[in-house]
Design a protein around this ligand. Structure first.
Ligand code: ARG
Length: 514
């Protein structure tokens, strides 16, 4: 039981009602604090400090706290006893789970993240999804949840008409071998530009698309090759980031399920025909009343939403999932509201959550773009991170063997990019600043890595045979403070999942203070 839970249990025992306790951000207010007296006073129209005084009489925490104190408008502050902290910190050394309690109700969670699009480069926007999604996966698994990670690759869509046209007319095999995605993007762009100025090319592109959709073997084969080439490049990024997926069932996987799904939704009255198209209306939902979800166009084509509904059904059926979390940028909020509202009408009751996030900005505080105005590719970002780190390593350790330099540059560079993401609240836009994220000062990856390396070297100097004493003596104030911080780990880790805030772990202040 964490200290927070222990305090809450004692408090609710004493008060006969649930009460909340939070770690304090400022040591002047003790280690933990409750506003239970203020809440009770409000309900009873009584003086909060008086209520607090009455509560203190009843609360039994003398076995691990100093006498509780009343502060401010009626807070009750708790200060932990050093012997208790020492004994808990000692126990932590034997706990492979580092004081983090297992989830009371383990869930089966499908985590949908990264999900880049075939024949398009992964851009920095995908970096947020990839890193956040992987972090949530690791945390949820550590807490005892079962997590299935599924990369919902965008491998189907109207753009393939143009990609296939380009493939057939101006493909450069050497370029494809060198940098597949760049070449695929070129094919698409060139076909697109031609189609804009030449109606015959436009028609030809459409025909390629119709043939692909009808299962033409040649076009299917080209499509498969573009998917495989793109996946190869995505995988290289994932390997570099040490991020891996259980499944990568792309949008195309659900093609055959779309038509029957729409028919079913029509038959049971969830969807209806409107001006030749098929829509789901949410007339009794004020937020969505004028925003129906389009699931079949009047020309018979299916949409992103149709695929997502089929995907959702599949996940629930195949994995019996009780939660599906989608780590996708904030601009898709409406899409997910519509999907979840439709799912509710289909009787799907699981915990469906859109884990949204903001944008990455350039140093000019505008959306991060290259000089020519394009999205910045993830590959370029990861390469630059390693190059810049290598320069720093070379400056600090010119005599180190080159392989070691490269390995350290990889660890620092990739770590810096990941931590820049993880130390931010997901909804805030953040400025992508190399100097800041690679700095050895402040709340940065290099700072933490440096601290870690120094701690390891202390243990190395001990020749490896470090015997944990039977009891710890926290004689220095810093040791006492540090121990209390370490004990909060078990409180912070589960809290990160409450609102999908892994940044709580990267913040110097305690979770509840945020
Ligand atoms: N491929 C989409 C994009 O890049 C993201 C897909 C997210 N997942 C989902 N189930 N819709 O914007």
């Amino acid at each position: 039981m964490t200290i927070q839970t222990l305090l809450e249990t004692r408090l609710s025992e004493a008060l006969g009602a649930p009460a909340q306790v939070a770690a304090t951000a400022d040591a002047r207010f003790g280690d933990y604090q409750t506003n239970a007296a203020m809440i009770a006073a409000k309900a009873q129209r009584a003086n909060p400090r008086q209520i607090a005084a009455q509560m203190i009489e009843r609360i039994q925490v003398a076995d691990f706290c100093e006498p509780p104190e009343i502060a401010g408008a009626g807070f009750i502050n708790f200060r932990l006893k050093p012997e208790f902290v020492a004994q808990r910190a000692r126990a932590l050394l034997d706990d492979t789970h580092l004081g983090v309690p297992q989830a009371e109700k383990p869930r089966k969670i499908v985590l949908d993240f990264s999900s880049p699009n075939v024949a398009k480069p992964m851009h920095v926007g995908h970096i947020r999804s990839t890193i956040l999604g992987d972090t949530l996966t690791r945390i949820a698994r550590f807490l005892g949840h079962e997590v299935i990670t599924d990369n919902h690759i965008g491998d189907w869509g109207t753009q393939f008409g143009k990609v296939i046209y380009g493939w057939k007319h101006f493909r450069d095999d050497a370029a494809l071998e060198r940098d597949a995605i760049q070449e695929l993007v070129r094919l698409y762009k060139q076909a697109n530009a031609l189609a804009d100025s030449d109606a015959a090319v436009m028609t030809a592109c459409r025909e390629e698309l119709v043939k692909l959709q009808a299962g033409d073997p040649e076009n299917l084969d080209i499509w498969k090759r573009t998917v495989a080439l793109s996946w190869r490049e995505f995988e290289a990024m994932y390997n570099l980031l040490d991020i891996h997926f259980d499944e990568h069932l792309g949008e195309s996987f659900y093609n055959d399920a779309l038509a029957p799904l729409v028919e079913r939704l029509l038959a049971c009255g969830i969807a209806e025909i409107s001006e030749g198209a098929v829509c789901v209306f949410f007339r009794d939902n004020p937020a969505l009343a004028d925003k129906p979800c389009l699931i079949r166009k009047s020309d018979g084509g299916f949409l992103y939403a149709t695929t997502d509904l089929a995907t959702l059904e599949y996940r629930i059926q195949r994995w019996n999932a009780d939660a599906i979390w989608y780590v996708v940028g904030a601009p898709q909020a409406l899409h997910f509201e519509q999907i979840f509202a439709t799912a509710a009408r289909m009787g799907i009751t699981g915990n469906l959550r859109h884990v949204a996030f903001g944008s990455i900005l350039g140093e000019d505080r505008k959306l991060m773009k290259t000089r020519s105005g394009e999205n910045v590719g993830l590959r370029d970002v990861l390469e630059e991170a390693q190059e810049r780190s290598l320069r720093i390593v070379e400056e600090k350790n010119p005599d180190m063997p080159p392989e070691e330099k490269a390995e350290i540059a990889r660890i620092i560079g990739i770590g810096a990019v990941k931590y820049a993401e993880l130390s931010q609240f997901r909804m805030s836009d953040y400025v992508f600043s190399w100097d800041k994220m690679l700095s050895f000062q402040g709340n940065t990856a290099p700072y933490l890595q440096n601290a870690y390396v120094r701690i390891r070297s202390i243990f190395r100097k001990n020749n490896g045979d470090f015997n944990v004493p039977a009891t710890l003596a926290l004689s220095e104030p810093a040791e006492f403070t540090l121990s209390k911080k370490l004990l909060q780990f078990g409180e912070t880790v589960p809290a990160t999942l409450d609102d999908f805030r892994p940044n709580l772990l990267g913040n110097p202040v305690s979770p509840s203070a945020n």
